[in-house]
Write a protein that binds this ligand. Structure first.
Ligand code: HPA
Ligand code: ZN
Length: 343
């Protein structure tokens, strides 16, 4: 039996109260079955299922590609600015209950504009929810992600369409199917984003063909500030040392890993932790993988036998890997220490 007494690092109450940042969270991946059904009804869309159980029965995936094949069609229910607001607000409420005080959340405009939804519905709905999240005690910011299985031209058009709303997002990212879509394909659009003062991150998904080459490329060619997933870097200790020296963040997602590969990748995450990397724990697409961020901490603690000190380090790393100003990082890290001291 795992020790889940209140003072143990695996206690759900302890982990939910721990102040933390969430840096790898796709807002579209927070679409719970009940909200999916409600939005389908609101918008008069037949999604082929009418109960939560029927929706859940479609959640069959064992790889990134099979997950994405379930994930994108579900987004049809998102149409109006209010739909995007409602989706993000439901997530921010769950985040607040999980001890998240700061979130830098991904969104995928092309998954919506490609269906004819105006980009302003997406950005303004999510942004209004992010503003209102302050009342929940959550400081929320947005990261615009390009879909890497769309063309580089489509990414450039998306950035151009989004720049009039520049004040609503803090950075850009890259997600969707990595196979055959290396970081270099997007070098130009990321350079344009940087020139517009945006922060840069990219997914390097788990166990992809050429994972380590893509990780090297995002560090050397694109020059990102952090990597989403990225745990295959442990295959190259010199690259790990470089990432540690540069303060690169790694936004890992243990439960997601166990769905799209055969393993949580706990050993790799712990290796990065022990090497001193800014590795942190996140939920990725919690409505699909069944675990919000505190449950991801719990899964990792149990699998890897982590101590309270390890958990505190992971939480502090989540702030160090964030795009907050240094004084805010220090404030939040002090809140982690105070929480641990009082636990
Ligand atoms: N990887 C790539 N694309 C995604 C992911 C992910 O973890 N989640 C949602 N889209
Ligand atoms: Zn992701």
């Amino acid at each position: 039996m795992p020790d889940i007494s209140p003072a143990s690092p695996a206690s759900p109450a302890f982990l939910a109260g721990l102040p933390k940042a969430e840096l790898h969270l796709h807002l579209e991946g927070t679409l719970e079955p009940d909200l999916k059904l409600a939005l389908a009804q609101r918008n008069g869309i037949d999604i082929g299922q009418s109960t939560v159980e029927e929706v859940q029965a479609t959640y069959v995936f064992d790889s990134l590609a099979t997950f994405l094949a379930v994930y994108y069609p579900a987004m049809n229910v998102l149409q109006s600015e209010q739909d995007f607001y409602d989706l993000a607000t439901a997530y921010f409420r769950r985040a607040a209950a999980d001890g998240v005080v700061h979130v830098e959340a991904f969104f995928d405009p092309q998954a919506h504009t490609s269906r004819g939804v105006p980009i302003e519905n997406v950005i303004l709905g999510y942004s209004r929810a992010a503003t209102d999240a302050a009342a929940l005690g959550v400081d929320a910011q947005l990261i615009l992600c390009f879909l890497r299985d769309f063309s580089a031209e489509s990414a450039a058009e998306t950035l151009a369409a989004a720049l009039p709303y520049r004040e609503h997002f803090v950075g850009v990212g890259l997600d969707s199917d990595e196979r055959g879509n290396p970081p270099s394909k997007f070098a130009e659009v990321f350079a344009t984003a940087r020139a517009n003062g945006l922060k840069l991150t990219m997914h390097c998904d788990i166990d992809q063909v050429g994972s380590i080459d893509n990780i090297r490329s995002v560090l050397h060619d694109i020059d990102v500030e952090r990597i989403d997933h990225g745990t295959n870097i442990v295959e190259d200790p010199e690259l790990v040392a470089e990432a540690v020296a540069r303060g690169i963040g790694f936004t890992t997602c243990p439960v997601s890993n166990s769905f799209v590969t055969d393993d949580m990748k706990a050993d790799e995450i712990v290796q990065l932790l022990r090497a001193g990397a800014f590795v942190c724990v996140n939920s990725d697409d919690p409505a699909y993988f069944g675990a919000y961020v505190a449950a991801n901490y719990a899964a990792l603690v149990e699998k890897a036998g982590l101590t309270v000190d390890d958990v505190a380090r992971l939480a502090k790393n989540s702030f160090d890997a964030s795009w907050l100003p240094e004084e805010k990082k220090a404030e939040y890290k002090a809140a982690v220490d105070a929480y641990i001291a009082a636990a």
